[in-house]
Design a protein around this ligand. Sequence first.
Ligand SMILES: [Zn+2]
Length: 105
Amino acid sequence: MYEVYCKECNIDLTFKNIKRLADLDGERIGLFCSGCFPKAEKILKERRFVEEYKGIPIYLKDNKFGFWGATYYFSNLDDARVRVDNRHIAFIDTGALKFMVNHLR
Ligand SMILES: [Zn+2]
């Protein structure tokens, strides 16, 4: 067992308060306590935010447009908008499923 600390406030992290922050493309940003996580995530999302299209926020990183928590990307904004327009169509993607499951919890 190794000790880990919150990247923001340096308190000890345990399985009860640990939160992992990942970037739009899944790149690991760091570990935060549950108290600091919402702020860290908000700052990161604000940095990646492009626009809200029909109520769905679209983010951008390294020329990849995508939705937070999803593992598929689009090379341009129009393709991401088309995806929003067609969200009623089943889209088989394990990342998207994980994203939905996380939001239902
Ligand atoms: Zn903290």
